[in-house]
Design a protein around this ligand. Structure first.
Ligand SMILES: Nc1nc2c(ncn2[C@@H]2O[C@H](COP(=O)(O)OP(=O)(O)OP(=O)(O)O)[C@@H](O)[C@H]2O)c(=O)[nH]1
Ligand SMILES: [Mg+2]
Length: 489
């Protein structure tokens, strides 16, 4: 059969056909060359596919979770990210924090008034030793008991008048709480010893009643506020609105009370009463009493630091999307998940673990007697370390509120009183943070399904300057890992 006939009909077959008169050796060489060429071609195809997948991964948003107990500083860390990398959104939102800061301030004043009411209503002065909100450690309570022997404080007409003139603030607090919603109220219900880590799906309970899953986080609280503030329309237009129904009116009430707030906060007897009751308002989240001249005016505009220091509880899990406007990942989308840290919120965390690049875990170092924070942090950390869904997730630990721990140590508070295992080690910040760091490290070693390194930072995230530096390092390590995974794909 003449091959030429087919060749004439199909030039491709002609090109691929073995040369006429090929010897067996020549054929062997030719076939080996063809196999090698195919292998190289397949390799190139595979590389192109890997690069494409890698590119996709590089373009994929970086997913970062902020975990830790309530008040550990997750939202404050998120705010620092926004402040450092997404200035425009930050500036847009800054004014909305005013209502939260006013609420924080009014709460402080009302707490002083509550204590004063209790003290003044007692016929003969006897300091109370079991205040639920007192910040006293057991040692300090001992001191309070001893204070029974102190001479009674001399409350006078001035205190009665101040109490009377500041009465409107109770209503201001109630109004602001209603307007800002559930996030505006704190939760101190669950007993400490039952610290529940997040539950994996099989054990998950129904979502708590107040959980929300919002893509705009605290904005939902602000929007609610704005809706309530919006002027009425139609038939209601022009009808006078009830007192304190708007943020501006609240500003006016606060401004009217400013001098009395200053007077009560600066009053020596009131200060002494707070000391005897071991109430340290200045260590509490959202403390603005020392900024009263600036804050309690109708034209008040929060500064960056004010916003970081403002306290608004996070509900459920909130997603924030930022395209970083500068830094190593400029243009890269980051998705940060800020979770509510109260125990009842933790059931909602688990679904967000999937595919997370990194977790920043915040441990609240400064103990107080309202919640056994360190123990709770350890339990949570253990759950995070042992969680199989997070085995490939980079872990970054922030030992936070170092400033408060430092202040406590300076006041002579001994760590071993709340952490007996600390023993007789040196009672200073360096020794304490090293000790806690070791403990967290050891837990990771014991409970992680795979051995992995982790990064630890000693932080005070209300300090925006030093936090920006920390976040730069965090950004780099997360990005490096994100790209490494992309290259491995
Ligand atoms: N002094 C001090 N205060 C801090 C620090 N970090 C956070 N805070 C303050 O502590 C309060 C609580 O911080 P948040 O960031 O709201 O705590 P969170 O972890 O988000 O709490 P939840 O939303 O309830 O889970 C806020 O008023 C912060 O400004 C810190 O390092 N030092
Ligand atoms: Mg929060």
């Amino acid at each position: 059969m003449g091959r030429g006939r087919f060749v004439d009909e199909d030039p491709l077959t002609l090109a691929l056909a073995p040369p006429a008169g090929e010897t067996p050796e020549q054929r062997q060489v030719r076939e080996a060359a063809e196999a090698e060429a195919k292998r190289r071609s397949d390799e190139i195809d595979e590389q192109i596919k890997r690069e494409k997948d890698g590119e996709k991964r590089k373009k994929k948003p970086v997913k970062l979770l902020l975990l830790g107990q309530s008040e550990s500083g997750k939202t404050a860390t998120l705010k620092n990210f926004q402040l450092t990398y997404a200035r425009r959104e930050w500036s847009e939102e800054r004014a909305s924090w005013r209502a939260v800061i006013w609420l924080n301030l009014v709460r402080n004043v009302n707490e002083i008034l509550d204590h004063l009411n209790q003290e003044m209503s007692e016929s003969s002065y006897l300091p109370s030793v079991a205040e639920p909100q007192s910040d006293a450690s057991s040692d300090e309570l001992h001191v309070v008991r001893k204070s029974r022997t102190l001479p009674p404080l001399q409350y006078n007409e001035r205190h009665r008048l101040l109490k009377l003139r500041l009465t409107p603030l109770a209503q201001v607090q109630a109004d602001l709480e209603v307007k800002l919603g559930a996030a505006a109220t704190e939760e101190y219900r669950t007993p400490v010893t039952k610290a529940a880590p997040f539950d994996p799906p099989s054990k998950r309970r129904a979502l708590p009643e107040f959980s929300i899953n919002s893509s705009n986080g605290w904005k939902s609280a602000f929007d609610k506020f704005r809706t309530l503030r919006a002027p009425r329309s139609g038939s209601e237009a022009g009808v006078p609105r009830p007192a304190k129904d708007s943020e501006d009116e609240i500003g006016e009430v606060l401004s009217g009370c400013r001098e009395d707030i200053k007077a009560i906060w600066d009053d020596e007897i009131v200060r002494e009463m707070l000391i005897r009751r071991k109430v340290r308002l200045e260590d509490r989240p959202g403390f603005f009493l020392n900024d009263i001249d600036r804050v309690a005016v109708p034209s008040y505009q929060p500064t960056d630091d004010d916003v970081i220091r403002a306290r608004l509880r996070t509900l459920g899990v909130q997603e924030y999307r930022f395209v970083f406007d500068h830094g190593r990942t400029a243009g890269q989308e980051w998705r940060l998940y800020d979770v509510g840290g109260t125990r009842s919120s933790r059931a909602a965390w688990y679904p967000y673990f999937d595919d997370a690049d990194a977790i920043i875990f915040l441990a609240y170092l400064a103990e107080d007697n309202r919640v056994n924070r360190l123990e709770d942090s350890y339990l949570l950390w253990r759950s995070v370390c042992s969680c199989k869904a997070l085995a490939r997730t980079q872990l970054i630990l922030f030992l936070n509120k170092c400033d408060l721990l430092q202040a406590k140590l300076q006041r002579g508070i001994r760590i071993r009183d709340s952490v007996p295992s600390f023993g007789d080690r040196k009672n200073d910040l360096a020794t304490a943070t090293k000790y806690f760091q070791q403990h967290f490290k050891e837990m990771l070693r014991q409970h992680s399904p795979v051995q992995r390194t982790f990064f630890v930072y000693l932080t005070s995230v209300i300090d925006t300057r030093s936090t920006a530096i920390t976040l730069g390092a965090v950004e780099e390590s997360i990005l490096r890992e994100h790209l490494r995974c992309a290259d491995l794909m």
